[in-house]
Design a binder for this molecule. Structure first.
Ligand SMILES: Nc1nc2c(ncn2[C@@H]2O[C@H](COP(=O)(O)OP(=O)(O)OP(=O)(O)O)[C@@H](O)[C@H]2O)c(=O)[nH]1
Ligand SMILES: [Mg+2]
Length: 331
């Protein structure tokens, strides 16, 4: 599993100081104490947000300091509280306090606020300290300090898009063309031995994660070629791209497509309920168009969208990406 991580500093606000003040009114020679309380410091919360996919933003912003409370004033006026600070993270983020190496939160629910650093309490004003023997207290409490920590955030990334297909179909080449991932690519089957992940960054600070898994073969669901291990990684993806090599003339693309679909179904029936896009690959090499038609006709009857690309020559990638984004745009 791919782990994205970040280190940030958080600090809650200090409480405001209580005030030392005495009532001063005309004709009241010795007014009593009227110092108000300091305001509470702002707290720091972590909140899970569904639309976030990476911890990338923490590369740019690493310090999160909540506002302090304002001091109290005369006439029993309390200081205002410091504003709370919310740090938004993707679901799947685990939060550790650095020195203690202790998990303080495992963010799985969207929108739930988890208190990380509590704001300091405001100090009490001198009005609180008047007693029968001490009518003019000249002291007030200071505000409590805020808490501060270095936190480590770790994201256990769940991929959004899974690439499936026979060995050598061009899955790793497509991942490399769309993301900055550098998977091994070679002209023989079973080049990829464990899943590779890459992130596609959008224009609006959004992104999605693609998982390139090793090629699947007949019997994969029962463990042939470790297929069951790999199928596990696409269980939680939201969309599958099924790559079919159009240039491979040793068998028909439709047959290869059906073989893989069948393996997925045998592994877990609901894998076939996931949105699917079929992608014909390697169109820079001449291919048999009749066989392509056969595949296209079959999937169009199932209402499965079809695109064709050359990841090596960067052809057809834009329309494919556009279609993929359409599954992730927030409705
Ligand atoms: N001409 C051409 N060759 C491609 C294209 N895409 C991939 N290839 C080649 O096809 C071979 C297999 O590509 P990979 O991306 O490693 O295929 P894969 O599906 O990841 O293979 P496994 O990891 O074994 O499952 C490599 O030699 C690639 O260079 C393409 O668009 N055009
Ligand atoms: Mg590969």
């Amino acid at each position: 599993m791919f782990v994205d991580s970040a280190r940030i500093f958080v600090k809650s606000g200090h409480g405001g100081a209580g005030a030392v003040s005495f009532r001063r009114e005309k004709y009241v020679p010795k007014g009593g104490p009227d110092g108000g309380d300091g305001g509470r410091g702002g707290s720091v919360y972590i909140v899970g947000k569904q639309s976030l996919r990476t911890l990338l933003s923490f590369r740019y912003k690493k310090r999160f300091i909540a506002e302090s409370g304002k001091p109290g004033e005369g006439s029993l006026k309390s200081g205002s509280a410091g504003k709370d600070l919310f740090i938004y993270v993707p679901l799947g983020t685990v939060v550790y306090i650095e020195d203690q190496d202790k998990v303080v939160a495992d963010i799985t629910d969207p929108n739930k606020k988890i208190l990380i650093a509590k704001g300091g309490r405001g100090g009490k004003g001198n009005a609180h300290f008047k007693t029968s023997t001490h009518q003019t207290p000249r002291f007030a409490q200071k505000g409590e300090n805020g808490e501060e920590f270095f936190l480590r955030l770790e994201l256990k990334l769940l991929a959004d898009v899974g690439l499936v297909g026979m060995p050598n179909a061009g899955k790793s080449t497509l991942l490399a063309a769309l993301t900055s991932a550098k998977p091994k690519i070679a002209p023989y089957p079973f080049t990829t031995l464990s899943p590779n992940l890459g992130v596609v960054e959008g224009k609006k600070h959004n992104s999605f994660v693609i998982a390139d898994i090793p090629g699947l073969i007949e019997g994969a669901h029962k463990g042939a070629g470790l297929g069951d291990e790999f199928l596990k990684h696409i269980e939680r993806t939201r969309l599958l791209l099924h790559l079919v090599d159009l240039s491979d003339e040793t068998s028909s693309p439709l047959m290869r497509f059906k073989t893989i679909q069948n393996e997925m179904e045998m592994y877990q029936k609901n894998l076939l309920e996931k949105p699917l896009i079929v992608v014909g690959t390697k169109i820079d090499i001449p291919y048999n168009e009749e066989r392509e038609e056969e595949l296209k006709e079959y999937i169009s009857n199932l209402n499965i969208p079809y695109f064709k690309i050359s990841a090596a020559a960067h052809r057809g990638l834009k329309p494919l990406l556009k279609k993929v984004w359409s599954y992730f745009e927030e409705k």
